[in-house]
Design a binder for this molecule. Sequence first.
Ligand code: BV8
Ligand code: ZN
Length: 294
Amino acid sequence: MNNDTLQGFREAFANAKHIIVIAGAGLSAASGIPTFRDGGGMWRSLDATSLATPEAFHENPSLVWQFYHYRRQKALQAETNTAHKILAKLAIPHYLKKVAPAAKSMHLITQNVDRLSVRALDDLEKELEEQGLKGPSYRARTGSVVQMHGKLFEVQCTKCDWRAEDFSTPLCPALGHVEANIQDYTDAGSKNHDIPISLLPHCPECQELARPGVVWFGEKPYHLDQINSLVFKADMCLVIGTSSTVHPAAGYAFRVRRRHGHVAIFNLYPSEKDENASSLFRGACEDILPQVFP
Ligand code: BV8
Ligand code: ZN
Protein backbone atom coordinates (compact mmCIF):
# COMPACT_ATOMS: atom_id res chain seq x y z
CA MET A 1 0.00 0.00 0.00
CA ASN A 2 1.30 3.43 -0.99
CA ASN A 3 2.47 5.25 2.14
CA ASP A 4 1.59 8.72 0.88
CA THR A 5 -1.96 7.56 0.14
CA LEU A 6 -2.24 6.08 3.60
CA GLN A 7 -0.74 9.17 5.28
CA GLY A 8 -2.92 11.53 3.31
CA PHE A 9 -6.04 9.54 4.08
CA ARG A 10 -5.27 9.24 7.80
CA GLU A 11 -4.77 13.00 8.11
CA ALA A 12 -8.04 13.70 6.32
CA PHE A 13 -9.86 11.11 8.41
CA ALA A 14 -8.46 12.58 11.64
CA ASN A 15 -10.08 15.92 10.74
CA ALA A 16 -13.37 14.47 9.44
CA LYS A 17 -16.57 15.59 11.13
CA HIS A 18 -19.34 13.77 9.22
CA ILE A 19 -18.30 10.39 7.85
CA ILE A 20 -20.31 8.20 5.51
CA VAL A 21 -19.44 4.77 4.15
CA ILE A 22 -21.06 3.58 0.91
CA ALA A 23 -20.81 -0.21 0.83
CA GLY A 24 -21.47 -2.73 -1.91
CA ALA A 25 -21.29 -6.44 -2.55
CA GLY A 26 -17.48 -6.48 -2.36
CA LEU A 27 -17.77 -5.86 1.39
CA SER A 28 -19.41 -9.29 1.79
CA ALA A 29 -17.35 -11.14 -0.82
CA ALA A 30 -14.98 -12.55 1.80
CA SER A 31 -18.03 -13.95 3.62
CA GLY A 32 -18.80 -16.10 0.59
CA ILE A 33 -21.64 -13.94 -0.72
CA PRO A 34 -21.20 -13.77 -4.51
CA THR A 35 -20.94 -10.25 -5.89
CA PHE A 36 -23.12 -9.25 -8.81
CA ARG A 37 -20.86 -8.05 -11.55
CA ASP A 38 -17.31 -9.24 -11.18
CA GLY A 39 -15.57 -12.63 -11.07
CA GLY A 40 -18.14 -15.42 -11.17
CA GLY A 41 -20.83 -13.00 -10.09
CA MET A 42 -24.06 -14.79 -9.39
CA TRP A 43 -25.82 -12.27 -11.55
CA ARG A 44 -23.46 -12.67 -14.48
CA SER A 45 -25.37 -15.76 -15.51
CA LEU A 46 -28.63 -14.74 -13.90
CA ASP A 47 -28.76 -11.26 -15.44
CA ALA A 48 -29.87 -9.00 -12.60
CA THR A 49 -32.37 -7.05 -14.63
CA SER A 50 -34.13 -10.27 -15.61
CA LEU A 51 -34.73 -11.20 -11.99
CA ALA A 52 -34.61 -8.23 -9.58
CA THR A 53 -37.51 -6.25 -11.03
CA PRO A 54 -41.23 -6.11 -10.21
CA GLU A 55 -41.96 -7.16 -13.79
CA ALA A 56 -39.82 -10.32 -13.49
CA PHE A 57 -41.61 -11.20 -10.26
CA HIS A 58 -45.01 -10.59 -11.78
CA GLU A 59 -44.11 -12.75 -14.77
CA ASN A 60 -42.37 -15.58 -12.91
CA PRO A 61 -42.69 -15.38 -9.11
CA SER A 62 -41.55 -19.01 -8.82
CA LEU A 63 -38.13 -18.32 -10.38
CA VAL A 64 -37.61 -15.04 -8.54
CA TRP A 65 -38.49 -16.67 -5.21
CA GLN A 66 -36.00 -19.46 -5.97
CA PHE A 67 -33.30 -16.86 -6.58
CA TYR A 68 -34.03 -15.18 -3.27
CA HIS A 69 -34.24 -18.52 -1.48
CA TYR A 70 -30.69 -19.18 -2.73
CA ARG A 71 -29.55 -15.71 -1.61
CA ARG A 72 -31.14 -16.19 1.82
CA GLN A 73 -29.39 -19.55 2.19
CA LYS A 74 -26.02 -18.01 1.28
CA ALA A 75 -26.49 -15.16 3.73
CA LEU A 76 -27.61 -17.48 6.54
CA GLN A 77 -24.50 -19.63 6.04
CA ALA A 78 -22.22 -16.57 5.91
CA GLU A 79 -20.10 -15.22 8.76
CA THR A 80 -19.22 -11.54 9.10
CA ASN A 81 -15.68 -10.82 7.86
CA THR A 82 -12.87 -8.53 9.04
CA ALA A 83 -14.12 -5.65 6.90
CA HIS A 84 -17.64 -5.82 8.40
CA LYS A 85 -16.08 -5.85 11.88
CA ILE A 86 -13.82 -2.86 11.29
CA LEU A 87 -16.73 -0.80 9.96
CA ALA A 88 -18.78 -1.87 12.97
CA LYS A 89 -16.02 -0.50 15.24
CA LEU A 90 -16.09 2.82 13.42
CA ALA A 91 -19.80 3.05 14.30
CA ILE A 92 -18.93 2.90 18.04
CA PRO A 93 -18.10 6.42 19.31
CA HIS A 94 -15.37 5.15 21.68
CA TYR A 95 -13.39 3.66 18.77
CA LEU A 96 -14.23 6.29 16.20
CA LYS A 97 -12.86 9.03 18.46
CA LYS A 98 -9.46 7.34 18.41
CA VAL A 99 -9.08 7.68 14.63
CA ALA A 100 -11.35 10.65 14.02
CA PRO A 101 -11.27 12.87 17.14
CA ALA A 102 -13.31 15.57 15.41
CA ALA A 103 -16.05 13.19 14.19
CA LYS A 104 -19.62 14.17 14.98
CA SER A 105 -21.35 11.39 13.00
CA MET A 106 -20.63 8.18 11.14
CA HIS A 107 -23.16 6.32 8.96
CA LEU A 108 -22.77 3.11 6.98
CA ILE A 109 -25.03 3.31 3.92
CA THR A 110 -25.12 -0.19 2.50
CA GLN A 111 -26.47 -1.40 -0.82
CA ASN A 112 -26.22 -4.94 0.50
CA VAL A 113 -29.33 -6.77 1.68
CA ASP A 114 -27.45 -9.59 3.47
CA ARG A 115 -27.67 -7.97 6.95
CA LEU A 116 -23.99 -8.79 7.64
CA SER A 117 -23.11 -5.22 8.60
CA VAL A 118 -26.01 -5.14 11.08
CA ARG A 119 -24.92 -8.50 12.49
CA ALA A 120 -21.31 -7.32 12.91
CA LEU A 121 -22.49 -4.27 14.85
CA ASP A 122 -24.92 -6.30 17.00
CA ASP A 123 -22.13 -8.78 17.80
CA LEU A 124 -19.69 -5.99 18.72
CA GLU A 125 -22.20 -4.22 21.00
CA LYS A 126 -22.97 -7.53 22.73
CA GLU A 127 -19.23 -8.17 23.21
CA LEU A 128 -18.73 -4.71 24.72
CA GLU A 129 -21.70 -5.20 27.03
CA GLU A 130 -20.28 -8.54 28.20
CA GLN A 131 -17.04 -6.70 29.04
CA GLY A 132 -19.11 -4.31 31.14
CA LEU A 133 -18.56 -1.47 28.66
CA LYS A 134 -21.94 0.24 28.55
CA GLY A 135 -23.26 3.71 27.88
CA PRO A 136 -23.43 5.89 24.78
CA SER A 137 -19.69 5.65 24.02
CA TYR A 138 -20.01 1.93 23.46
CA ARG A 139 -23.21 1.86 21.43
CA ALA A 140 -23.71 2.92 17.85
CA ARG A 141 -26.09 5.81 17.40
CA THR A 142 -29.54 4.72 16.20
CA GLY A 143 -29.72 4.58 12.45
CA SER A 144 -25.95 4.22 11.96
CA VAL A 145 -26.46 1.43 9.43
CA VAL A 146 -28.78 2.42 6.56
CA GLN A 147 -29.94 -0.53 4.44
CA MET A 148 -31.03 1.40 1.37
CA HIS A 149 -31.84 -1.59 -0.84
CA GLY A 150 -33.98 -3.36 1.74
CA LYS A 151 -33.52 -6.62 3.61
CA LEU A 152 -33.18 -10.14 2.30
CA PHE A 153 -34.73 -11.46 5.53
CA GLU A 154 -37.83 -9.35 5.28
CA VAL A 155 -40.90 -10.64 3.51
CA GLN A 156 -43.64 -8.26 2.45
CA CYS A 157 -47.09 -8.52 0.94
CA THR A 158 -47.64 -7.66 -2.72
CA LYS A 159 -50.99 -6.13 -1.82
CA CYS A 160 -51.35 -4.88 1.76
CA ASP A 161 -48.72 -3.20 3.93
CA TRP A 162 -47.83 -6.35 5.86
CA ARG A 163 -44.11 -6.98 6.21
CA ALA A 164 -42.11 -9.03 8.67
CA GLU A 165 -38.59 -10.19 9.34
CA ASP A 166 -38.33 -13.95 8.80
CA PHE A 167 -35.07 -15.92 9.11
CA SER A 168 -36.67 -19.32 8.56
CA THR A 169 -35.47 -21.35 5.61
CA PRO A 170 -37.05 -22.56 3.48
CA LEU A 171 -39.76 -19.93 3.81
CA CYS A 172 -42.22 -22.51 2.50
CA PRO A 173 -41.88 -26.29 1.87
CA ALA A 174 -41.92 -25.88 -1.93
CA LEU A 175 -38.78 -23.72 -1.87
CA GLY A 176 -37.06 -26.42 0.18
CA HIS A 177 -37.27 -28.82 -2.76
CA VAL A 178 -35.30 -26.56 -5.09
CA GLU A 179 -31.71 -27.61 -5.75
CA ALA A 180 -29.43 -25.35 -3.71
CA ASN A 181 -27.19 -24.39 -6.60
CA ILE A 182 -29.15 -21.84 -8.58
CA GLN A 183 -25.85 -20.50 -9.90
CA ASP A 184 -25.89 -22.80 -12.87
CA TYR A 185 -28.96 -21.14 -14.32
CA THR A 186 -27.31 -20.08 -17.54
CA ASP A 187 -30.60 -18.91 -18.96
CA ALA A 188 -32.66 -17.71 -16.04
CA GLY A 189 -35.88 -18.81 -17.63
CA SER A 190 -34.91 -22.34 -18.63
CA LYS A 191 -34.25 -24.22 -15.42
CA ASN A 192 -37.41 -23.12 -13.79
CA HIS A 193 -38.94 -25.45 -11.23
CA ASP A 194 -42.37 -24.10 -11.75
CA ILE A 195 -43.60 -23.88 -8.18
CA PRO A 196 -47.35 -23.23 -8.33
CA ILE A 197 -48.10 -19.73 -6.99
CA SER A 198 -50.33 -21.30 -4.34
CA LEU A 199 -47.23 -22.96 -2.82
CA LEU A 200 -45.11 -19.77 -2.73
CA PRO A 201 -44.98 -17.57 0.42
CA HIS A 202 -48.22 -15.73 1.09
CA CYS A 203 -49.28 -12.84 3.32
CA PRO A 204 -50.71 -14.06 6.64
CA GLU A 205 -53.01 -11.04 6.79
CA CYS A 206 -54.70 -10.99 3.40
CA GLN A 207 -53.48 -14.30 1.90
CA GLU A 208 -52.10 -12.52 -1.19
CA LEU A 209 -48.70 -13.50 -2.67
CA ALA A 210 -45.69 -12.28 -0.64
CA ARG A 211 -42.38 -11.02 -2.05
CA PRO A 212 -38.82 -10.50 -0.78
CA GLY A 213 -38.42 -7.26 1.23
CA VAL A 214 -35.75 -5.85 -1.11
CA VAL A 215 -35.73 -2.85 -3.47
CA TRP A 216 -35.87 -3.96 -7.09
CA PHE A 217 -34.70 -1.99 -10.12
CA GLY A 218 -37.19 0.76 -10.82
CA GLU A 219 -38.34 0.83 -7.17
CA LYS A 220 -37.55 3.64 -4.76
CA PRO A 221 -34.67 2.86 -2.36
CA TYR A 222 -35.34 3.28 1.37
CA HIS A 223 -34.28 6.23 3.54
CA LEU A 224 -33.49 8.53 0.60
CA ASP A 225 -34.25 11.72 2.56
CA GLN A 226 -31.95 10.65 5.41
CA ILE A 227 -29.26 9.58 2.93
CA ASN A 228 -29.44 12.81 0.93
CA SER A 229 -28.93 14.90 4.05
CA LEU A 230 -26.04 12.64 5.15
CA VAL A 231 -24.39 12.95 1.73
CA PHE A 232 -24.87 16.73 1.82
CA LYS A 233 -23.21 17.02 5.26
CA ALA A 234 -20.43 14.47 4.67
CA ASP A 235 -16.83 15.70 4.55
CA MET A 236 -15.48 12.13 4.40
CA CYS A 237 -16.86 9.34 2.20
CA LEU A 238 -15.48 5.80 2.15
CA VAL A 239 -16.62 3.80 -0.90
CA ILE A 240 -16.07 0.12 -0.20
CA GLY A 241 -16.56 -2.86 -2.53
CA THR A 242 -18.96 -1.37 -5.02
CA SER A 243 -18.78 -1.15 -8.82
CA SER A 244 -20.61 2.19 -8.45
CA THR A 245 -22.95 1.22 -11.27
CA VAL A 246 -26.29 1.29 -9.45
CA HIS A 247 -27.97 4.62 -8.83
CA PRO A 248 -28.63 6.60 -6.76
CA ALA A 249 -25.79 5.11 -4.60
CA ALA A 250 -23.34 5.42 -7.51
CA GLY A 251 -23.60 9.21 -7.41
CA TYR A 252 -23.02 9.85 -3.71
CA ALA A 253 -19.20 9.97 -3.75
CA PHE A 254 -19.16 12.52 -6.57
CA ARG A 255 -21.52 14.77 -4.56
CA VAL A 256 -19.21 14.63 -1.54
CA ARG A 257 -16.16 15.32 -3.70
CA ARG A 258 -17.91 18.22 -5.43
CA ARG A 259 -18.35 19.86 -2.04
CA HIS A 260 -14.64 19.39 -1.30
CA GLY A 261 -15.13 16.34 0.88
CA HIS A 262 -12.56 13.55 0.92
CA VAL A 263 -13.49 10.37 -1.01
CA ALA A 264 -11.56 7.16 -0.31
CA ILE A 265 -12.29 4.25 -2.63
CA PHE A 266 -11.49 0.70 -1.48
CA ASN A 267 -11.87 -1.78 -4.31
CA LEU A 268 -10.28 -4.98 -5.55
CA TYR A 269 -10.55 -3.83 -9.19
CA PRO A 270 -10.83 -0.49 -10.97
CA SER A 271 -14.39 0.86 -10.79
CA GLU A 272 -16.28 3.27 -13.01
CA LYS A 273 -16.00 6.09 -10.50
CA ASP A 274 -12.34 5.82 -9.45
CA GLU A 275 -11.80 9.36 -10.75
CA ASN A 276 -13.86 10.57 -7.76
CA ALA A 277 -11.20 9.29 -5.36
CA SER A 278 -9.06 11.58 -3.22
CA SER A 279 -7.48 8.33 -1.91
CA LEU A 280 -7.57 5.08 -3.85
CA PHE A 281 -6.86 1.78 -2.08
CA ARG A 282 -6.58 -1.15 -4.48
CA GLY A 283 -7.07 -4.59 -2.92
CA ALA A 284 -9.48 -6.74 -0.96
CA CYS A 285 -11.20 -4.59 1.69
CA GLU A 286 -10.82 -7.37 4.26
CA ASP A 287 -7.03 -7.07 3.78
CA ILE A 288 -6.74 -3.30 3.30
CA LEU A 289 -9.04 -2.03 6.08
CA PRO A 290 -7.05 -3.70 8.91
CA GLN A 291 -3.93 -1.89 7.60
CA VAL A 292 -5.73 1.44 7.36
CA PHE A 293 -7.52 1.06 10.72
CA PRO A 294 -5.10 -1.11 12.75
C1 BV8 B 1 -34.28 4.14 -8.38
C2 BV8 B 1 -31.50 -5.22 -4.04
C3 BV8 B 1 -35.86 5.83 -8.76
C4 BV8 B 1 -32.03 -6.45 -4.71
C5 BV8 B 1 -30.42 -3.90 -5.76
C6 BV8 B 1 -29.46 6.97 -13.21
C7 BV8 B 1 -28.63 6.53 -14.22
C8 BV8 B 1 -28.76 5.23 -14.71
C9 BV8 B 1 -29.71 4.34 -14.18
C10 BV8 B 1 -30.50 4.78 -13.18
C11 BV8 B 1 -30.39 6.07 -12.69
N1 BV8 B 1 -31.31 6.22 -11.70
C12 BV8 B 1 -31.99 5.08 -11.54
C13 BV8 B 1 -31.54 4.17 -12.45
C14 BV8 B 1 -32.05 2.81 -12.61
C15 BV8 B 1 -31.40 1.80 -11.69
C16 BV8 B 1 -29.95 1.68 -11.98
O1 BV8 B 1 -29.12 2.27 -11.29
N2 BV8 B 1 -29.62 0.88 -12.97
C17 BV8 B 1 -28.23 0.64 -13.29
C18 BV8 B 1 -27.96 -0.86 -13.26
C19 BV8 B 1 -27.94 1.22 -14.65
N3 BV8 B 1 -31.60 2.16 -10.28
C20 BV8 B 1 -32.76 1.82 -9.70
O2 BV8 B 1 -33.67 1.28 -10.27
C21 BV8 B 1 -32.90 2.19 -8.23
N4 BV8 B 1 -34.16 2.85 -8.07
O3 BV8 B 1 -33.39 4.84 -8.73
O4 BV8 B 1 -35.59 4.54 -8.25
C22 BV8 B 1 -36.96 6.35 -7.97
C23 BV8 B 1 -36.72 7.45 -7.16
C24 BV8 B 1 -37.79 7.99 -6.47
C25 BV8 B 1 -39.06 7.40 -6.56
C26 BV8 B 1 -39.27 6.27 -7.35
C27 BV8 B 1 -38.20 5.72 -8.08
C28 BV8 B 1 -32.97 0.96 -7.34
C29 BV8 B 1 -31.70 0.17 -7.44
C30 BV8 B 1 -31.73 -0.97 -6.42
C31 BV8 B 1 -31.70 -2.32 -7.12
N5 BV8 B 1 -31.55 -3.37 -6.11
N6 BV8 B 1 -30.32 -4.77 -4.76
C32 BV8 B 1 -31.10 -7.61 -4.52
O5 BV8 B 1 -30.00 -7.47 -3.94
O6 BV8 B 1 -31.50 -8.70 -4.97
S1 BV8 B 1 -29.02 -3.41 -6.55
C33 BV8 B 1 -27.75 -4.54 -6.36
O7 BV8 B 1 -26.63 -3.93 -7.03
C34 BV8 B 1 -27.25 -4.78 -4.95
O8 BV8 B 1 -27.87 -4.02 -3.97
C35 BV8 B 1 -25.78 -4.36 -5.06
O9 BV8 B 1 -25.25 -3.96 -3.88
C36 BV8 B 1 -25.93 -3.26 -6.01
C37 BV8 B 1 -24.72 -2.60 -6.55
O10 BV8 B 1 -23.81 -3.56 -6.95
P1 BV8 B 1 -22.45 -3.62 -6.11
O11 BV8 B 1 -22.78 -3.69 -4.66
O12 BV8 B 1 -21.57 -2.52 -6.53
O13 BV8 B 1 -21.91 -5.03 -6.53
P2 BV8 B 1 -21.11 -5.39 -7.86
O14 BV8 B 1 -21.07 -6.87 -7.97
O15 BV8 B 1 -21.63 -4.56 -8.99
O16 BV8 B 1 -19.63 -4.85 -7.58
C38 BV8 B 1 -18.86 -5.46 -6.57
C39 BV8 B 1 -17.64 -4.60 -6.43
O17 BV8 B 1 -16.87 -5.09 -5.36
C40 BV8 B 1 -16.74 -4.63 -7.66
O18 BV8 B 1 -16.33 -3.31 -7.96
C41 BV8 B 1 -15.54 -5.47 -7.22
O19 BV8 B 1 -14.35 -5.01 -7.81
C42 BV8 B 1 -15.53 -5.19 -5.75
N7 BV8 B 1 -14.97 -6.26 -4.92
C43 BV8 B 1 -15.16 -7.60 -5.03
N8 BV8 B 1 -14.56 -8.22 -4.00
C44 BV8 B 1 -14.01 -7.25 -3.22
C45 BV8 B 1 -14.26 -6.00 -3.82
N9 BV8 B 1 -13.84 -4.83 -3.30
C46 BV8 B 1 -13.12 -4.90 -2.16
N10 BV8 B 1 -12.84 -6.05 -1.52
C47 BV8 B 1 -13.25 -7.24 -2.02
N11 BV8 B 1 -12.95 -8.38 -1.38
ZN1 ZN C 1 -51.34 -8.79 2.62
